[in-house]
Design a protein around this ligand. Sequence first.
Ligand SMILES: Cc1cc2nc3c(=O)[nH]c(=O)nc-3n(C[C@H](O)[C@H](O)[C@H](O)COP(=O)(O)OP(=O)(O)OC[C@H]3O[C@@H](n4cnc5c(N)ncnc54)[C@H](O)[C@@H]3O)c2cc1C
Length: 377
Amino acid sequence: MSAPVFDVAIIGGGTAGCAAALALRQRGMSVVLLEKGACGAMASGTNFGGVRRQGRDFREMPLATRSRALWDRLPAVVGEDCEFRATGHIKLARDEAEMAELERYAREARDHGLELSVVGGNAVRALYPWLGPKVAGASLCADDGQANPRLVAPAYARAARAAGAEIREFAKVESARWTGSLFEVDAGPASARARRLVNVAGLWGGEVAGWFGEGVPIRPLCPNMVVTEPLPYFIDRSIGVCGGNVYARQVERGNVIFGGGRGWGDAQAGLSRPRADVARDAMARALEILPQLRDARIIRTWTGFDGEMPDEIPVIGPSLSTPGLVHAFGFSGHGFQLGPAMGEILAELVADGRTPSPVEPFSIGRFASAPPAPRLT
Ligand SMILES: Cc1cc2nc3c(=O)[nH]c(=O)nc-3n(C[C@H](O)[C@H](O)[C@H](O)COP(=O)(O)OP(=O)(O)OC[C@H]3O[C@@H](n4cnc5c(N)ncnc54)[C@H](O)[C@@H]3O)c2cc1C
């Protein structure tokens, strides 16, 4: 008996891919998802856990707003608590120039439906007495939040599987091609055929696009992450700073997670490592805004691979070379928040050929003259 032809094959089991698998099953399409490792083990599971709209490129705001509504409904959608908490997100200014930047962004954000409240130095310390004297002011987005990244993509994968999607883990796709009537996806014993193909392969999405003659200038992005021992709970907001060189949050069990700067990564070899010098610099900056971390012990540092585009916005939308192929990759360090919306948007693009979300700015066509991305491990 010959193998079935699926309606859709998905390459990549991050948040975007697993959410798409569930959304496509909910539309009655047959789905096979191929993931070279375990679902959610790459960027979707190693990230900082920030679920924020504040600070985003305004072109992403409609997608981020759509996603924000889905985060509230996540436990009902996937049947599990992924520790999403709408703690609010404060972005801090450390001098007058940064304060002006916060005010400018808040003014423009209002036109994009995002209400921020900006307060100066004394008011910010009255609101958050645990902030250090270096803080000159802050901008609060009250309904931003944070979630546990280790839980989200696996929860979507389990929900998709329960809804009838075929989730094939440890199934690396070596190549894929369009025969003119369907996609042949070569993954050894996990190989599959499908009428449509979704490329949500994260950093490796550039390589997958290259199989279909579409070049993109994607590069590895490895944010450097640090976590402390559990401390008494005191940071009740997620925190960022202008310029992004340090950010922090405290989980309910007490550990303070913070990041800043970049780790080391060799995407050809598939290896990434946090850097001690970068972690030390981030600690110094974290201490300026959170002096109570002074005696905290660091228990772990890590990094991971995301794909970064030169304009720092992702590639989302139909392939321009191959009918039935849809891309969503290169989230440039901020795709975790977008994951739930990406599931719905990809399902719309695949099933209806269009989405009400404005994805035109993310077309792969903006890189029409780029050479093919290199082959990675
Ligand atoms: C350290 C770090 C911190 C971050 N912090 C935040 C944050 O606070 N907030 C935020 O919004 N975003 C953050 N990000 C970015 C965010 O994690 C990513 O943008 C997002 O998770 C991308 O999801 P994805 O599903 O597109 O990709 P991924 O999670 O990378 O999933 C792609 C999957 O495709 C698989 N794959 C690739 N090639 C193949 C193949 N040939 N065959 C089969 N499978 C394949 C990979 O194994 C991988 O599992 C951070 C990223 C990192 C690395």
